[in-house]
Write a protein that binds this ligand. Structure first.
Ligand code: FAD
Length: 408
């Protein structure tokens, strides 16, 4: 096939859901999904959770079995990268030198792990956690006897990986450059809670530390040198410092964007017949005061994908899906609803020392977002308050004897 009605670039969460939703909405034309990884689309979150902990086999991560794609007549070019886009001729250049024409293009490429810029960043034993291959390489290090693991980056992925490793009785150090973990996404109370949990589970958590370089021997990492000169011995290093949106070919083709590719309210880029969805797409988010942002979550990738599929099938609606997210660390299930950008008040509901509590974020009295730790009821009931942008007395929100549903 050298031409398809719809070409989806990226066989991850957004790409898979877009193909599924196209067929669900009656699209009868040809669909081709081009994916750089060799696998059919799989769920990424377990890579730092149950797959990494070896509690789930890879086959259980597949978003759909290969037979599903064949039945739905969704074609795949796997292990293949799109290297250039020609929007005038509607042609893609592929990494194997071939061309592929499209009627409409959906760009769903996510991002590549941000790399350290210091000396030693390329040494063997330095790992990202973004793909199955990354995770398998890391697991092979553990099988090979790596015992001292340094995790660089205290975001969700670094924390989840550290939590799994700490259960394996390894010597785990986590380094965060900022004064607290999760600083980009959570309030201070949640950061403080997770810091305490990690330390309680034996993770050597160091905050406000800068990495100077990685030290190596015979091409392999053996240590992490901090800015103050201290060297931490390490058999393997995990780098979890965010992603760089994989939008090079689109920007080179003339699409607008600084942090990812910009899309309008219908997920359209500035190039004709080219949409972008998921981690790589920057949009004005209704749930963050219309701030232009990228949202890195399964919810956002899936809902943008469905929005685009519907638009292609003639049902064009602006993208306004409600944001939600989760993270699993130790026996703690965090569920987040809304986006807390610009909050000026955080109300704690319950006692963090019980390991079951919620944080409600307000801006000028209006509820913006919710973080719930081991408190599913608050999450389910509180979502409605976030969606409504409800204004309620803080003492009512803090009262654990008052179910949030009674406040809706
Ligand atoms: P992806 O799923 O990353 O898919 C993009 C695909 O495009 C990749 O396979 C990539 O190789 C491919 N690609 C890139 N460039 C090209 C190209 N030029 N040509 C062809 N293919 C290309 N989210 C949550 O909501 N909850 C969680 O608990 C959670 N945990 C996570 C844990 C980990 C370890 C990771 C890595 C992510 C986690 N996320 C979580 C985030 C979530 O997985 C992402 O937001 C989601 O995968 C985004 O989907 P996407 O389709 O935009 O990109």
């Amino acid at each position: 096939m050298d031409q398809a009605d719809i070409v989806i670039v990226g066989a991850g969460h957004g790409g898979a859901q877009c193909a599924i939703a196209l067929r669900q909405n009656g699209f009868a034309g040809t669909i081709m999904v081009v994916g750089r990884e060799p696998e059919y689309p799989y769920e990424r979150p377990p890579l730092s959770k149950d797959y990494f902990a070896r509690e789930k086999a890879f086959e259980r991560l597949l978003i759909r079995p290969p037979t599903f794609w064949a039945e739905k007549d969704v074609n795949f070019l796997l292990g293949t990268e799109v290297t250039a886009v020609d929007p005038a001729d509607k042609q893609l250049t592929l990494s194997d030198g071939r061309s592929l024409g499209y009627g409409k293009l959906v760009w769903a490429t996510g991002g590549d792990p941000r790399r350290l810029s210091c000396a030693g960043a390329d040494l063997a034993g330095v790992h990202a956690v973004r793909t199955r291959a990354d995770c398998d390489a890391l697991m092979a290090e553990l099988d090979g006897g790596a015992k001292r693991i340094t995790v660089i980056g205290g975001g969700y992925i670094g924390l989840e990986a550290a939590a799994v490793l700490s259960k394996m009785a390894l010597d785990v150090t986590l380094l965060e450059a900022l004064p607290r973990v999760l600083a980009r996404v959570a309030g201070e109370e949640l950061s403080a809670f997770y810091q305490q949990e990690h330390r309680r589970h034996g993770v050597d958590l160091r905050l406000g530390v800068a990495v100077d370089s990685l030290e190596g021997k015979d091409g392999r990492v053996i240590g992490v040198k901090l800015a103050d000169g201290e060297v931490l011995a390490a058999d393997a290093v995990i780098v979890g410092i965010g992603i760089v949106p994989a939008v090079g070919p689109l920007l080179q083709a003339g699409a607008g964007g600084v942090n990812g590719v910009d899309v309008d309210a219908h997920c359209r880029t500035s190039l004709p017949d080219i949409y972008a969805i998921g981690d790589c797409a920057a949009f004005a988010c209704d749930y963050a005061g219309r701030q232009i942002m990228r949202v890195e979550s399964v919810q956002n990738a899936n809902d943008m994908a469905t929005c685009v599929a519907k638009a292609i099938c003639g049902d064009e609606q602006p993208y306004r899906a409600f944001p939600w997210f989760w993270s699993n660390q130790f026996d703690l299930k965090l569920q987040t609803a809304g986006i807390n950008v610009g909050f000026d008040q955080a109300i704690i509901r319950g006692d963090p020392s019980d390991r079951s509590f919620s944080i409600i974020y307000l801006k000028q009295g209006r509820i913006l977002a919710l973080d719930c730790v081991n408190r599913v009821k608050d999450y389910v009931q509180g979502r409605k308050l976030v969606e409504a942008g409800a204004m309620l007395e803080p003492h009512l929100l803090a009262d654990v004897d008052l179910p949030l549903k009674e406040l809706v």
